[in-house]
Ligand binder design. Sequence first.
Ligand code: NDP
Ligand code: ZN
Length: 351
Amino acid sequence: MKGFAMLGLNKVGWIEKDKPVAGPLDAIVRPLAVSPCTSDVHTVYEGALGDIHDMILGHEAVGEVVEVGSLVKDFKPGDKVIVPAITPDHMDVFSQMGYHQHAEGMLGGWKFSASKDGVFGEYFHVNQADGNLALLPPEISIEDGTMLSDMVPTGFHGVDNAEVQFGETVAVIGIGPVGLMAVAGSNLRGAGRIFAVGSRQLCCDVAKSYGATDIINYKHGDISQQILEATKGKGVDKVIIAGGTVDTFGEALSIIRPAGIISNINYLGSGDYIKISREGWGLGMGHIKIVGGLMPGGRKNMEYLSNVLKYGKLDVSPLLTHKFNGFDHIEEALLLMKDKTADLIKPVVII
Ligand code: NDP
Ligand code: ZN
C-alpha cells in the first residue's frame, strides 16, 4: 500500500509499505477523511521526536473499518469510525492511574505518526479497537468528524486542566484550531471574559464567534502588558497556552493571579528549557499551578465529545477553511499547515 511519510528530517514523500496486520484485539481501517496537524510539522520540520525515517504521518482521521481481530466485540467491517490521535494500551498500569496518555512511557499513548505509522496510508492499524475507536454518529459529517480526533479533545483538555469555572477570566494564548477549541471549551464551561491571543484576522474573527470577548495581537507588543492594562492590573484566573514558544510561559506567569492555573497544550517542538521567573511564581509560594497535557484519546472520550457536536453545542465547520478531494492532496494540505497562510485555520482531505 502507499502512504505519505516522513522520510527524514525536513523530508516528506510517498512510500510503499506492507498493509498492516490486525492482532486479535485490533482493527485495520481505511481513511475516509484526514487532516494534517501542526504536530506533524513539529515532528518533520523541527525534528521534535528525532530523525525518524520512513514513518507514515498523520493522526487525525475518520475511517471505515475493513478488518477486525477475532476478539473485537463492538466493531465490524463497514463501520464508520472516529479515530483518536491518542490510542493507548488500556491494559497498562498508567491507564489505571488516570493518565492513559502515558501508558507504556511518557507520551506512550501517542502512537500514530510518533511511534508507528500514522493515518496517511491507504490502510492503518488501530490497537485495542474496542477501547480506542468510536462510531461516527450519522449526524456528523466525515470532515467535521476529523476535528474530533485531535482539535476538539486537545482544546477541551486545556480547559479541563485549567479547571475553568463560571465567570472566570481566561486568556487563551494561540488561536489556531487548537486554541480556538480552547476558547469554545472555556465558553461552554461558563468563563466570563475570554482573551484570545493571536494575529491572523480570520482566527481572531472565529475566536469571537466562539466566545472570545477580547482580542490581543501579540505582534502589537507584550501580551502581558496588554492584558494587564485591559484588566487594570488584576490579570486573569486561568491561562491556556496553545501557541508560542518556551518564552510564552514567562508571559503567562506575568498575568496569572495567585493560585491561578497555567494549562499548556502546546507541543514544544524546540528550545531546551522553560524559564519560570522566581517573582512571577510567587517566590515559589504563589500556589500557581503549571500543567501541560497530551490530549486524552480513547472511546469514551470520543463518544462524549461527539455528543457536543451531534446536539449542536459546538460547530467545528468554521475551522475547516481548506477542503481537498483525493489522497494525493495530503502533501499540499501538510504544506499549508506548515506555512500558515492568513486564510488558513485547518485543511481537511476527503479521500
Ligand atoms: P497554529 O500554528 O495553527 O496556531 C498557533 C497560534 O499561536 C496562532 O494563533 C499563532 O498566531 C499563535 N502564536 C504564534 N506565535 C506566538 C507567540 N509568540 N505568542 C503568542 N501567540 C503566538 O497551531 P495549532 O492550533 O494547530 O496547534 C497549536 C499547538 O498545539 C501546536 O504546537 C500543536 O502541535 C499542539 N498540539 C498539541 C496537542 C496535545 O495533545 N497537547 C494535540 C494537537 C496539537 P498567528 O498565527 O495568528 O500569528
Ligand atoms: Zn494533531
